[in-house]
Write a protein that binds this ligand. Structure first.
Ligand code: PGA
Length: 256
C-alpha cells in the first residue's frame, strides 16, 4: 500500500492509516485486491462488505477493472452478511447491492460470488451451510470490513462471542435506525445472517475502512479501548494482519 497520501502508525499492534483525501484512501484500499488478482495464488477468495462506506470502494474497483482488464474469473467471494427474510431482488438486500455495484460490472464466474441466502427456508441451516462453504474454499484471503456506530463488524452486534461462526442475529435498534434509510416504511428486516467473529478472524488479511465523524467513537474504542465483545471490532487486535484505513474525521477521537 502506498503510504504517501496517508499518515501511518501502529496502535496496539494494529496498522492504522489516516488519509486527508478519501480518493487516496479508496485507491489504496483496492490495491491489495488487485495485487492478489495479479500475483496471488491465482484463486483468491475475497470477503466483501456493503454499506455506504463501500460505495466509493466498488466504484474504484469497477473503474480499475475497466482500465487494466485484470480478470476476476478465478476469484471467489463471500459477503459478510445479508438480511434475513429478504428477497435478493429487493433493492434493500445486499444481494441487490452487490449485483448493482460490483458483480454486474466485472467478470466473476457464475456461482463464484456468494452471500448468505436471505430467503433460505431455514436460516440456521443456511448459516451452517455458508460457514461450511467458506471453510471448504479454504477461508477468506482478503476480508474487507466496515464498522458500525456501535462497533459492530458484519452484523456482529455488541456482546457477540469472538468464537462465533456464521449465525442468525437480531439487529440492534441502533443498527436498524442507521439502515432504515434503505427501506421503505416498515420494511426494514429485524434479523440478519452474518459471518461470525471467528469466521472473520480466520481470514488471512483484513482491511477495515471507516469514514466520517459518526464512526470516530467506534474506531477509538476498537483501537484503544479494551479488547472485549462489547466492541466487536476490538477483536481485530487479535489478528496479525489487520489494517484500519480511516479518514481524518473517523480518526478524530484517537488518542496520541
Ligand atoms: P455504513 O455501514 O458503511 O453504511 O456506515 C458500516 C457498517 O455498519 O458496518
Amino acid at each position: 500500500m502506498s503510504k504517501l497520501a496517508a499518515r501511518g502508525r501502529m496502535i496496539n499492534g494494529m496498522s492504522v492509516l489516516v488519509y486527508e483525501d478519501s480518493k487516496a484512501l479508496y485507491s489504496d484500499a483496492i490495491r491489495p485486491l488487485f495485487g492478489m488478482l495479479r500475483n496471488g495464488n491465482g484463486h483468491p477468495t475475497f470477503g466483501f462488505a456493503t454499506g455506504g462506506t463501500f460505495l466509493p470502494f466498488y466504484r474504484a474497483v469497477v473503474s480499475e477493472f475497466g482500465r487494466n482488464g485484470d480478470s476476476f474469473r478465478k476469484a471467489r467471494a463471500f459477503n459478510l452478511d445479508e438480511y434475513w427474510r429478504i428477497d435478493p431482488k429487493n433493492p434493500g438486500s445486499y444481494a441487490f447491492y452487490m449485483h448493482s455495484n460490483l458483480y454486474s460490472h466485472i467478470d466473476m464466474g457464475p456461482g463464484m460470488a456468494q452471500l448468505p441466502r436471505g430467503n433460505a427456508e431455514d436460516p440456521r441451516a443456511e448459516a451452517r451451510g455458508y460457514e461450511g462453504r467458506i471453510r471448504k474454499a479454504g477461508d477468506v484471503d482478503l476480508q474487507y470490513l466496515g464498522i458500525g456506530r456501535n462497533g459492530h463488524i458484519g452484523f456482529n452486534e455488541p456482546g457477540t462471542s469472538f468464537r462465533s461462526k456464521t449465525h442468525l442475529v437480531k439487529l440492534s435498534p441502533r443498527t436498524r435506525e442507521a439502515n432504515s434509510q434503505y427501506f421503505s416504511n416498515g420494511d426494514m428486516p429485524r434479523k440478519a445472517l452474518t459471518m461470525g467473529i471467528n469466521t472473520i478472524l480466520r481470514s488471512r488479511e483484513i482491511v477495515l475502512i471507516a469514514t466520517g465523524e459518526e464512526k470516530s467513537a467506534a474506531v477509538m474504542k476498537a483501537l484503544q479501548g479494551p479488547v472485549s465483545p462489547r466492541t466487536p471490532a476490538s477483536a481485530l487486535r487479535l489478528h496479525s494482519r489487520a489494517t484500519f484505513m480511516l479518514d481524518e474525521e473517523a480518526a478524530s477521537m484517537l488518542r496520541r
